[in-house]
Design a protein around this ligand. Structure first.
Ligand SMILES: NC(=O)c1ccc[n+]([C@@H]2O[C@H](COP(=O)([O-])OP(=O)(O)OC[C@H]3O[C@@H](n4cnc5c(N)ncnc54)[C@H](OP(=O)(O)O)[C@@H]3O)[C@@H](O)[C@H]2O)c1
Length: 312
C-alpha cells in the first residue's frame, strides 16, 4: 500500500511516498481501516520536525498522519466494541500512540480511537474533525463545563479548534468573544461569534473583561495576557501552555493544560452533536496523497480558515 513516510526529522524535503509498505496485520484490540481522507493538523508537521522526539522517539521509516475517516476492513480479537466490517468511521492513528499513521491507504489503530462517522458530513469534512472536534469538546464540555449565558473567549477562532469551539460554545448557550485577524472576521461572525477582536489591531485584554473562561489555541503572550480578562474563579484551558501558578494566584483563576485524547466515547458524542445540530467543518483546501508535503507546508505557513485535507 502507499504511505507518506519520513526517514529522519526535518522539513518538507524529508517526506517521501512509499508505494510498497506492507499492509498492517490486524491484532488484538486493533482495527484496520481503509482511509478515504486524512485531515492535516499542526501536530503532523511538528512530528515531522521532531518536536516530540524526546517524549516518543520515532522508529524510521515512520508514516505521518493523525486524523482520518474511512471504512473498517478488519477487526482484531476483543475489538468489536459494536463495530462491524464495512462501517464508516473516523478517528486517529498517530505513530506517537503506537498506531500506523493516517497518511496511507490503510491504517491500523486501537479500537478506542475510532467512532462512528457523523452522517451529515462527507468523508472529507469528517477527516478534518477528530483532533480539533474532540479538543473543543474536551475543553468546553469537560474541562470548562460551559453553561448558558457564561462568557468565553476563544483565541484563534478561524483555526481548526477555534472554528468548532465557537459553534459548540454557542450551542451550549455561551456568549462568545474571539480573536482573529481582520480577514477572518466575517468567517467567525457566520460561525456565531458575538464579539470579534482583530488581534493585529487591538489588545483583547484591554477590551474584554469578567469572562468565565478562555480557550487558548495560541500560547505565549496571548496565554499570559488572557488571565486579565477572567473573573475571579474563572478557568483558562490552554492547548499549548502548562499552568502558570503565579498568574493563577494573582488573578484567582484555574488554569489547565489540555492534552486531547480522542476516545470512542468523545468521538461518538461529537458525531451525535454534529448530526443533531447541522454543524459545519470548513475544509479550505484538499491535496492528493502524493502532495502531502505541500499540504503540511500550506497548513503551517498559511494558517487557513478551518481545515486542510488529504484525499486518498
Ligand atoms: N495539547 C493538545 O493535545 C493539542 C491538541 C490539538 C492541537 N494542539 C495545538 O493547538 C494549537 C491550535 O491547533 P489548531 O488545529 O486549531 O491550529 P490552526 O488551525 O493552525 O489554528 C490556529 C489559529 O490561530 C490563529 N492565530 C495565530 N496567532 C494568533 C494570535 N496571536 N491571536 C489569535 N489568533 C491567532 C491562526 O491564524 P492567523 O495566524 O492567520 O491569524 C489560526 O487560525 C496548535 O499549536 C496545535 O499544535 C494541541
Amino acid at each position: 500500500m502507499k504511505s507518506i513516510q519520513i526517514n529522519k526529522y526535518g522539513g518538507s524535503d524529508v517526506i517521501g511516498i512509499n508505494d510498497n509498505v506492507p499492509i498492517p496485520k490486524v491484532s488484538t484490540g486493533k482495527v484496520l481501516v481503509e482511509v478515504k481522507a486524512s485531515g492535516v493538523n499542526p501536530v503532523d508537521w511538528k512530528i515531522r520536525e521532531g518536536y516530540f522526539q524526546q517524549m516518543v522517539p520515532l522508529q524510521f521509516p515512520a508514516t505521518l498522519g493523525t486524523d482520518f475517516s474511512g471504512i473498517i476492513k478488519g477487526l482484531g480479537e476483543n475489538a468489536s466494541a459494536g463495530f462491524n466490517i464495512g462501517d464508516e468511521v473516523y478517528g486517529q492513528a498517530s505513530v506517537l500512540s503506537g498506531s500506523s499513521g493516517s497518511f496511507a491507504e490503510l491504517v491500523l489503530t486501537n479500537i478506542d480511537n475510532i467512532g462512528p462517522k457523523p452522517k451529515t458530513l462527507n468523508p472529507i469534512e469528517t477527516s478534518g474533525l477528530p483532533l480539533v472536534g474532540v479538543s473543543a469538546w474536551q475543553a468546553l464540555v469537560e474541562n470548562i463545563g460551559l453553561s448558558k449565558n457564561q462568557k468565553i473567549l476563544i483565541h484563534g477562532g478561524a483555526g481548526g479548534i477555534g472554528s468548532i469551539a465557537i459553534q459548540l460554545a454557542k450551542h451550549l448557550g455561551g456568549f462568545v468573544a474571539t480573536t482573529v485577524k481582520y480577514e477572518d472576521k466575517e468567517f467567525v461572525r457566520q460561525l456565531g461569534a458575538d464579539e470579534i477582536v482583530d488581534y493585529t489591531a487591538q489588545n483583547f485584554e484591554d477590551i474584554l473583561q469578567d469572562f468565565d473562561a478562555v480557550l487558548d489555541t495560541v500560547g505565549g503572550e496571548t496565554y499570559k495576557k488572557s488571565f486579565k480578562v477572567l473573573k475571579n474563579n474563572g478557568t483558562i484551558v490552554s492547548m499549548l501552555e502548562q499552568p502558570d501558578s503565579n498568574l493563577m494566584k494573582q488573578y484567582g483563576v484555574k488554569a489547565i493544560f489540555q492534552f486531547t485524547e480522542t476516545t470512542n466515547e468523545r468521538l461518538t458524542k461529537l458525531a451525535q452533536w454534529i448530526d443533531q445540530n447541522n454543524i459545519k467543518v470548513n475544509v479550505k483546501k484538499t491535496f492528493p496523497l502524493a502532495e502531502t508535503a505541500k499540504a503540511l507546508e500550506y497548513q503551517k505557513d498559511n494558517h487557513p480558515r478551518g481545515k486542510v485535507v488529504i484525499t486518498i
